[in-house]
Design a protein around this ligand. Structure first.
Ligand code: SAM
Length: 213
């Protein structure tokens, strides 16, 4: 359990960080990156579940970067919080360096949905600085061949999520429907490159379900 500060609650508070940490903790590798880490909850949780791993967390809003650094210090975990825009990842991080990348991007199209008045919340929830396509493209550049990406997205946006992952070059391997007791969520696990004959490259080839989160 990670205690949230007021700033964290302005931008999050949903089940996504716990979901990401739980699923990512079960995947192979030791170098992981969270894109759009907010105040770092998912990465801090993951560090508690997978000691000895290298975990980087990239976030563009400086207020959240500071919050994430405080959270990392409070829980005494090894997460490196990096300030920057994922669309400029080439100037910040090494391409193909990570075994796995994970994120829950802003869910709502800027211009198509009502924007929250709080600018911090708006930039966390709306695609003001890039949406799924930008997140997937950055993830593809940053993960090694054979590595994986995990995405949590709105349950009604499954088609868009599969399209963005495939458009970036990933092979969608697993689709997990999440029952949250409110709005539905979906998790996707996808791979970069050919890793074996049993992996499908068209749509979701496996399904599972989390309940009671
Ligand atoms: C839906 S929030 C998720 C935050 C965090 N993962 C959580 O669940 O608490 C999306 C995050 O992505 C960040 N973000 C949006 N566009 C970004 C960009 N271009 N570069 C880096 N971070 C970005 C937002 O500031 C926000 O913190």
């Amino acid at each position: 359990m990670v205690e949230l500060t007021g700033v964290c609650r302005r931008t999050g508070g949903g089940p996504e960080p716990a979901l990401l940490a739980r699923v990512v903790a079960g995947l192979p590798g030791r170098r992981f990156l969270e894109l759009g880490a907010g105040c770092g909850q998912a990465s801090v949780r993951l560090a508690g579940l997978r000691e000895g791993c290298v975990i980087d967390a990239l976030e563009r809003q400086l207020v959240l970067v500071e919050e994430a650094r405080l959270l990392v210090a409070r829980y005494g975990v090894a997460v490196r919080v990096i300030a920057g825009d994922l669309r400029d990842w080439r100037g910040l991080l090494g391409g193909g360096c990570y075994d796995g990348v994970f994120f829950n991007p802003p869910y709502f199209e800027a211009g198509a949905h009502r924007e929250p008045r709080d600018p911090l919340r708006a930039a966390a929830r709306m695609t003001l600085h890039g949406g799924l396509d930008a997140f997937c493209a950055a993830a593809y550049g940053l993960v090694r061949v054979g590595g994986w990406v995990v995405v949590v997205y709105r349950g009604d946006g499954v088609g868009g999520c599969v399209g963005a992952l495939q458009g970036a070059g990933f092979c969608v391997e697993r689709q997990i429907v999440v029952e949250t007791g409110g709005r539905g969520l979906v998790m996707m696990v996808a791979r970069k490159g050919w890793v074996g004959p049993w992996y499908g490259c068209r749509g979701a080839v496996g399904e599972g379900m989390f309940k009671g989160l």
